[in-house]
Write a protein that binds this ligand. Structure first.
Ligand code: NAP
Length: 294
């Protein structure tokens, strides 16, 4: 029930109709008996500055930020976390009263899923990331912050992969390389790789049966294969990897944990991860919608 005391959190995106975040967060509030509500806001890019200012004037607790606003919202905020600065994108804003603080929980959400669900610490691991878009950037940079030994980014557009590699190499820990997304590169890097991450949309519904981003001949059974795609829950890549004896990790965990971390930043209590997971899974199983998003 909404009361005079109900606190408001939202999500800014465009379009926003297919976001899973309202379901996950409202289920979490209900489970914990918290007097909060999470509302989707469809914000046109031209209205983003006014919308960001409204976080203050409407006294919102905070918001999630999604496509197409994650990068362009940065100049409108008062403070940005180190991770968000390195990633160059914000997916969470916390209203601290006198200032709006931008954070990025996408990469951290993936690493939490990796550690808790796949029981794998990225520290000292050799990792191959396929794709160099927003998700790849958040994941690859967070893996570097977590002490990965080597991160190889393979992308169609090698300039975008090189930009991520440069950010990582400037940190001075992990060694990062950029290569073209092709068989020659797979031959070069896959042999001694520990973790493979698909961050391209290849394999996503409705083209989930067409092809995989990497042929299974390049996989080996000691590999952990991760797909950031969550629709379908198990992609063809993950199914083939499982058949070869590889450990696998679905994209749902990243989505739930980025939300759980955001929840904790806004509210300061531990998020009911299992409740959020169930809310997401229930909806994903029912849905055949190709435009589903976080
Ligand atoms: P994005 O910014 O549009 O980047 C897409 C990347 O995939 C680009 O590097 C692009 O290569 C590459 N790509 C696209 N189509 C390709 C093709 N046909 N062949 C080869 N490469 C191709 O997208 P994003 O936001 O990073 O999202 C990527 C995937 O991650 C999506 O499937 C999305 O659903 C998923 N995701 C999951 C979560 C989660 O919480 N689990 C969060 C965010 C995203 P070029 O640079 O060469 O164009």
């Amino acid at each position: 029930m909404i009361t005079g005391k109900t606190k408001i959190i939202g999500i800014f995106g465009h379009p926003i109709e297919h976001s899973m975040s309202p379901l996950m967060h409202n289920a979490a509030f209900e489970a914990l008996g918290l007097d909060y509500i999470y509302i989707p806001f469809a914000i046109e890019p031209g209205s983003l500055f006014q919308a960001t200012e409204a976080i203050r004037s409407l006294n919102l607790v905070g918001v999630n930020v999604t496509i197409p606003h994650k990068e362009i919202i940065i100049p409108y905020l008062d403070e940005i976390s180190e991770e968000a600065k390195l990633i160059g994108a914000v997916n969470v804003i916390v209203n601290k009263g006198d200032r709006l603080v931008g954070l990025n929980t996408d990469g951290h959400g993936f690493v939490t899923s990796l550690k808790t669900e796949a029981k794998t610490d990225p520290k000292n691991k050799k990792i191959v990331v396929l794709g160099a878009g927003g998700a790849a950037r958040a994941v690859a940079i967070q893996l570097a912050l977590e002490g990965a030994e080597e991160i190889c980014i393979l992308n169609r557009n090698i300039t975008k992969a090189q930009e991520i590699a440069d950010v990582i190499n400037n940190l001075g820990g992990s060694q990062a390389y950029a290569l073209s997304l092709n068989e020659e590169s797979f031959l070069k890097v896959m042999g001694d790789t520990n973790i493979l991450i698909n961050s391209t949309p290849i394999g996503m519904y409705p083209k989930h049966n067409v092809t995989t981003v990497i042929n299974k001949e390049f996989l080996h059974k000691d590999l952990l294969v991760c797909d950031l795609i969550y629709n379908p829950l198990e992609t063809t890549l993950l199914r083939e990897a499982k058949e070869l004896g590889c450990k696998t990790l679905q994209g749902t965990g990243m989505l739930v944990f980025q939300g759980a971390l955001a929840f904790e930043h806004w509210i300061g209590v531990k998020a009911p991860v299992e409740v959020m997971y169930q809310a997401l899974l229930q909806n994903l199983k029912q849905s055949k919608d190709s435009s589903i998003m976080g």
